[in-house]
Design a protein around this ligand. Structure first.
Ligand SMILES: CC[C@H](C(=O)O)C(=O)SCCNC(=O)CCNC(=O)[C@H](O)C(C)(C)COP(=O)(O)OP(=O)(O)OC[C@H]1O[C@@H](n2cnc3c(N)ncnc32)[C@H](O)[C@@H]1OP(=O)(O)O
Ligand SMILES: [Co+2]
Length: 141
C-alpha cells in the first residue's frame, strides 16, 4: 500500500525564521510560503534529492497544530506523509483494520493539489501519518 515518503513535516512557531535557518544555515532551497486556510496552516517546502521537508506554522485561531506547538513551543517533528496509489482503497482498508481516519474520513486537497487523509497518531506509535494520492501509480510497493 505505501509508496514513497512524499514529505516529513516539522511544525514551527515562526515559519519565516525557520525558513531563514534552513536557507542560510543549512543551505536549503526553500519555497515561498503557501497559506492554506482550509488546513489552518502556512507551509513552505524544502526540496531534497529523495523527498521534501514541509515546515508548518499555525494559520488562524483553529489551527490543528496549535495544541502540538503549545506542547512543543520550539517546534518539532509533526507528521510523515506517504504516497499511496489508491487513497480511497487505502482509507477503506485502514477503517476495516480499525484505524482512525481523521476528519470526516473524506480526503481534502493538500498543499500539492492532491487528495490527502490523516491517520490518528495514537494508532501508529505516536506518529501522525498523512497519506497522499500519488501522481504516479508505479510508486506503490
Ligand atoms: C494537508 C495540507 C498539508 C500538506 O501536507 O499538504 C499538511 O500536512 S497540513 C498539516 C496540519 N493538519 C493536520 O495535522 C490535520 C490532522 N491533524 C489533526 O487532526 C490534529 O492535529 C490531531 C487530531 C492529530 C491532534 O490534535 P490535537 O493535538 O488538538 O488533539 P489532542 O491534544 O487530543 O491529541 C491527541 C493525542 O495525539 C497527540 N498528538 C497530537 N498531534 C500529534 C502529532 N503531530 N504527532 C504525534 N502525536 C500527536 C497528542 O499529544 C495527544 O496525545 P496524549 O498522549 O493523549 O496527550
Ligand atoms: Co503534510
Amino acid at each position: 500500500m505505501l509508496g514513497r515518503i512524499n514529505h516529513i513535516a516539522i511544525a514551527v512557531p515562526d515559519i519565516a525564521a525557520a525558513s531563514a535557518t534552513y536557507r542560510d544555515t543549512l543551505g536549503a532551497k526553500v519555497s515561498a510560503p503557501q497559506l492554506l486556510p482550509e488546513h489552518g496552516v502556512t507551509v513552505v517546502f524544502i526540496e531534497l534529492p529523495n523527498t521534501k521537508v514541509e515546515l508548518l506554522e499555525p494559520l488562524g485561531d483553529a489551527s490543528p497544530i496549535s495544541a502540538f506547538l503549545a506542547k512543543n513551543p520550539d517546534g518539532g517533528m509533526h507528521h510523515i506523509c506517504y504516497e499511496v496509489d489508491d487513497l480511497m482503497a487505502a482509507r477503506d482498508r485502514l477503517i476495516e483494520a480499525g484505524a482512525r481516519v481523521l476528519g470526516n474520513g473524506e480526503p481534502k486537497i493538500g498543499a500539492h493539489g492532491k487528495p490527502v487523509l490523516f491517520l490518528h497518531p495514537k494508532d501508529f506509535f505516536g506518529t501522525l501519518i498523512e497519506l497522499e494520492q500519488s501522481a504516479d501509480v508505479s510508486t506503490a510497493v
